[in-house]
Ligand binder design. Sequence first.
Ligand code: BGC
Length: 720
Amino acid sequence: MIKRLLLASCSFALLAGATAHAADDADTRATKVVGQMTPDEKISLVHGIMAIKFFPGMVIPPEATIGAGFFPGVARVGVPAIRETDASLGVAYVGGARHDGATALPSSLATASTWNPEMAYRGGAVAGQEAWRIGFNVLLGGGVDLARDPRNGRNFEYLGEDPLLAGTLAGEAIRGTQDQHVVSTIKHYAMNDEETGRTFLNAKISEAGARESDLLAFEIAIEHGHPGSVMCSYNQVNGVYACENDWLLNGVLKHDWSYPGWVMSDWGAVHSVGAALNGLDQESGEQIDDHVYFNKPLAAKVQADPAYAKRLDDMDHRIVRSLYAVGAVDNPPQKTPLDLAAGKAAAQTVEEEGIVLLRNEGGLLPLLVNAKSIAVIGGHADMGVISGGGSSQVAPPGGPSVTDTLGGEGSLPSMLKAMYMPSAPLKAIRAATTAAVSYDSGRYPSRAAANAAKADVAIVFVTQWMTEAYDAPDLSLPSGQDALIEAVAAANPHTIVVLETGGPVLMPWLDKVGAVVEAWYPGIGGAEAITNVLFGKVDPSGHLPLTFPASIEQTPRPVLPGADLPEKTHFDVDYVEGSDVGYRWFAKMGAKPLFPFGFGLSYTHFAYSGLTVARGASPKVSFTVQNTGSVAGADVPQVYLLAEPHRSQQRLIGFQRVTLNPGESRKVEVSIDPRLIADWDEAGHRWRVDAGDYKIAVGASASDLSLTGDLKASSAVVKP
Ligand code: BGC
């Protein structure tokens, strides 16, 4: 592991060095610089354009880098232009405005499925390095909203449903990016957990519910990764827009968490100049707002009101100190060719660790290299692997191998274009075997079934395309693909389904197929990664970062809020589950999911023994993991809290990825962050651990807990 970590950092180490020094004196340098700025210069840093020619009449300054955002900077005092690009899955193509291409990483859900902070770091480093080489100094990557609804169109950009897992991995991705001297932006703060009505919906949630879930994910990620900026979200939280929400911005973020960086708005999320007093530091994509609030209106307020003048200095200070802190001033971007081979290798490794084996009856997988015939069916597997849509969309150099225009519906047709990365599973499978490999598009289930019947094994590739701005109406596989699988499975008992989905789907055919592999959106190394897992070159080791429900009725909101309302009708989303998101809700309701959070099979087996729980300010849980099978593999034992003194409540409180040879054992020790066993005490404004008996369990998923132990805790409080 350590060796791999070293190798991973070596390939992206060329820029490391000056960060620590830069972070030390970032505040001192920012104070000096902001002190020299004129009122106009101060205003120029806090509002900026979306730097694409999408908007009629808009002039893009020639010095801008085409991308999500541009601010000219203040060269006179050494503040560079701010050049922003999306996002977490690589440098985005901005709706076609950039043609140069970049490395397409697997979706963030694939990264989350690795449960491996090193993989998150590696992806963040690739995106950061490529951004730097193209000329950007701010990456809008670091999505960490929790998956509260399996239909959320952006779940693929986020890291699942648990605050510890999502927060830890987001923090590492941010570190990876910022080690390349590019500011990383954690987003969308906060409770931006569905896309339907995202620009106005009102998320209703108790303070404790928010602090113990979505906000905890942000808190952990910010502590680990120290992102230079935070992007506030479009939606309202408890009746106030997130980008002018004093409680979220001034209270939680800047006061309680002492966050020193800057808060930028999402594109079109500003509603008033007063947002400045409530904690917003910068207006982004100003053409999209109904007015530009942070130029003339803010300048007028600054002239008239000392509170605004003080805030403007603070807003500028926060921006400039973050640029210094990550080394963006001392190590400005240098236009350099991208190392696409290194990017692809990283993308493939992340995907290999992130693929989740969900079913494997009778050891159908790994495939025998000497199988005589294989029928590959569907999913454009002859051309590539699908990716998710919206602002995070990355286009590879040379463009996608397939573009499926699904437009027409909805108000954002440019978002409705599915793109496939040129990484064709059919080609990779053919290269891996001597078997005769046929291909059928799957357009006619009867023909696909006839082809499957002629082969030893059938591999059906199915896709569920998801995108920013739209949620899925339900959890079915679209375009008749369920019927395709049914037909193929009826024709061939050795049917393997490879899912390329943006989140959980239902599997009405599950009992009829031999194996199911969840490959998420696989990225540019997807074909090789999937093939290596299918043929056992790589042991599958991914674990689900979110629950796959057996039906939508099991989730807190079977009817998607807003889906049944005319467009633009304001509505509330009542987060009745509070912090019991995903598996916690299932545990509370006693519901059995299709596949539980944390689940993932391997080609080997693991056993856990010897649980000990040591009390203390950060309790320590230790146990032994053994590989009891016959091949090497990686496991992710998970530690859960099952009950507190006054109630039962399941929560992930620790995890560790362990790679073991056959027969090998390792003792695992996990320190528990006290906030994970505490409750948020609203009246006391603190985390409170009640004295008494806590039940702890270790297992292979949220529903498979083989070891249990007790923790007798003393009462404790943790200040935010
Ligand atoms: C998205 C953000 C993105 C921004 C800039 C918004 O619509 O919500 O995630 O960073 O656009 O492209």
